[in-house]
Each structure stands twice: as C-alpha cells, then as structure tokens.
Design a protein around this ligand. Structure first.
Ligand code: ASP
Length: 293
C-alpha cells in the first residue's frame, strides 16, 4: 500500500519565468531590446539548470540575483537614482509552500538585495526597511557595494524619470510541484526619498501552494490593484490562471494602471500579461523558450 501511494505522487515538471520590467520602443534602442532578449534567455536557461538540483525557493533568489547583477535592469547593479541623488533598492521573496514572505525596503549599498531578503526568511521580523535593513545586511556578512552605474547618473542628471525601467522578478515551480517568487527593484526613479515600492509588498510579489506572481510597473497602480495577491487568490478560489490574470487586469484598467505580471500555477501553467506594451520576459521549461518580442 505504502509503495502504491508513493508511486502515485506526481513528479511535476519544472518551469521558470522571469521578467526584467518594461521595454519602451520610444526611449530604448533595438540594440537594448536584443541585449535584453539574449540576457533573459541566458538567465532563464541558467536558472532552469539550477532548478534541477534546488528548490523553487532557492532558484527564484538565484535567478533574481543574476538579473540584479546585469546592468541592463533597474535592480541591484544599474538601479535608478532617487530625487535626492541616492539609490535605494527593495526586494522580496515568498515561499509558496510555507507562505512566508521576507523582504527589504529602501536598502542602500548592497550588491544583491534579494539575498538579504532571503536571509530574513528565518527571522521573526521578516521585512526590514532603510537603515535597519542595511545594519542587518552588514551583520550577516553582506559587504558594502555601490550599485551605481554612469548611465543612471546621466539619466538622473538629465532628470529622466524612468530612464532605466526594469524591475526584475522570477517565478518557478520545482520538481516537487512547489512554487516560489522573488522580485527586486531600484524603484521608479526620481522618487521622493522614503517612497515605498510595490516590489516588497504582497501586491507586487505573492505566492501560495496554488500560484505565484511577480509584478512590474508603476508601484502605486500595483498596490491600488493588489495585483499579485489578487491573481493568486483568484487561482486559489478556482479560477484558471488565465482568467485570474484577465479579471485582475480588467480591474487595473479602471484606474488606467500601468503594470505587467508573470505567474505559474500548481499545475505548471505559465502566464504573463501587461497593461501597456511591452513587458520584458522569458520562460523556459527545459525544451521551449518563450521570449518577449
Ligand atoms: N514597480 C516598481 C516600483 O514602482 C518599478 C518598476 O517595476 O519598474 O517601484
């Protein structure tokens, strides 16, 4: 009997989807588009390889760290600069199985905010802001690291709001059918110091056993719409992932909201949607890639 039960456990197939924020045809060149397509494909593939021997939870942190390390995106290295000339970053991770989320809000001078967020999962106090997040990072071996690049300083000096759009995120399902999500951002660019992004909230980053979703776009719109939490709740209540995205994005229209989201449900269905062109994303299931065009 025991063996029969064991044999009946379904070995789910692994999948990963990642995003790198938005691409703007009007302000970004074809070269940047191609670079983002190639980088996303490469990171999706590397993360899928990693997923073979690791949990969805470890994999989304790994995938987001690779995106943070790539200057093309507005997270980690290459983060945007706020109105007072300072870079403050936010990141969160959520384990669908345990339903624990941890994150950092407005942290300065660490290379990979997502790894600080992940470190916090073991604590009772799991979301830290500003200086507290930085002190925690230092105490846990995260070295001082400037994530500023010359291109962002140039955009800041030219007062280009949203010059480097490109919050990053990852959603994965592992071979045991467990889901996880991670999201990391340098924010909107030029924000008032102290502004809080959606990325380290349940509106921008949410998962349970049924679904996991990561968002990008205008944080205020994502919070008003409670995008990630709503999609996940709708799938939990029985909607298909496609219908859950559709209904949530219909509601986003009521406020002319600017957002994009990626998700996977517990059956391994992958979905993505955006309210404005064009969210930058790639997914990989070990055989096929889907990459934004
Ligand atoms: N959602 C991020 C924020 O509002 C920005 C982005 O996704 O580009 O902080």
């Amino acid at each position: 009997m025991w063996f029969i039960f064991n044999y009946s456990i379904k070995n789910k197939s692994m999948k990963i989807i990642i995003h790198g924020g938005f691409f703007s045809e009007s302000s970004q060149s074809n070269e940047v588009k191609l670079a983002k397509q190639n980088s996303l494909k490469d990171i999706a593939k590397k993360s899928y390889e990693f997923l073979k021997d690791n949990s969805a939870f470890d994999t989304v942190a790994y995938a987001v760290s690779l995106l943070e390390d790539d200057e093309l995106y507005n997270a980690g290295i290459g983060s945007q600069i706020q109105s007072d000339g300072v870079i403050r970053m936010s990141a969160a991770i959520m384990n669908g199985e345990t339903q624990k989320m941890s994150g950092v809000i407005n942290i300065q001078d660490v290379k990979n905010p997502i790894f600080v967020a992940k470190e916090l999962i073991k604590e009772d106090d799991r979301v830290l802001g500003g200086n507290g997040a930085k002190i925690y990072a230092a105490e846990n071996g995260f070295e001082d690291f400037s994530t500023e690049i010359p291109q962002r300083r140039k955009e800041y000096e030219e007062k280009l709001k949203n010059g480097g759009k490109g919050t990053v995120g990852a959603v994965a399902i592992d071979k045991h059918g467990k889901l996880a999500v991670a999201t990391s951002t340098g924010g909107k660019g030029f924000e008032i110091p102290g502004r809080i992004s959606d990325s380290a909230t349940v509106a921008g980053n949410y998962a349970n056993q049924f679904c996991a979703v990561s968002c990008t776009g205008v944080g205020e719109d994502i919070v008003s719409n409670a995008t990630a939490a709503k999609i996940v709740t709708r799938v939990t209540d029985g909607l298909t992932i496609e219908n859950a995205f559709d209904r949530t994005f219909e509601e986003l229209k009521e406020i002319d909201g600017f957002a994009g989201a990626i998700g996977i449900d517990s059956e391994g269905n992958i979905f993505h949607q955006d309210s404005y062109p064009t969210m930058v994303f790639a997914s990989f299931d070990g055989i096929d890639f889907e990459v934004f065009e």
